[in-house]
Design a protein around this ligand. Structure first.
Ligand SMILES: [Zn+2]
Length: 120
């Protein structure tokens, strides 16, 4: 499954980050996912639950931020948001656009952790 391999690499890199914070627990992981990356949020959530079992991420929350598709329109000289994934046309002038600025992202936006207080 596409989503499972994505989540596995997300979990791996979070665990790597955690190495700098011994004893910390992950509360929330936020992802930035472009509308064109063809992932299903429900599948991401499902895979996240499986992939985080028995890891320091267990019980944490996955937040998926879907980013709209943004293309650059030459005639308008502007970056425009494309509402329909069926036709890549500028909503301002109607010209077809092909210069993708945003929409294929698949990255960790931020990680929220609970640092365990050190006892003296
Ligand atoms: Zn335009």
């Amino acid at each position: 499954m596409h989503e499972l391999s994505i989540i596995s690499s997300v979990v791996d890199s979070v665990i790597e980050t955690l190495a700098a914070y011994p004893g910390a627990r992950v509360k929330e992981v936020r992802l930035r996912v472009g509308a064109l990356s063809a992932v299903i949020e429900d599948s991401l959530q499902f895979c996240y639950e499986i992939a985080t079992e028995d890891t320091p991420l267990a019980g944490s929350k996955l937040v998926v931020n879907i980013l709209p598709v943004v293309m650059h329109c030459e005639p308008c000289g502007a970056d425009v948001e494309i509402a329909s994934l069926q036709s890549f046309r500028c909503p301002r002038c109607g010209e077809s656009v092909a210069d993708l600025k945003q929409g294929r992202e698949l990255e960790i936006d931020s990680i929220e952790i609970d640092e365990v207080e050190e006892t003296v």
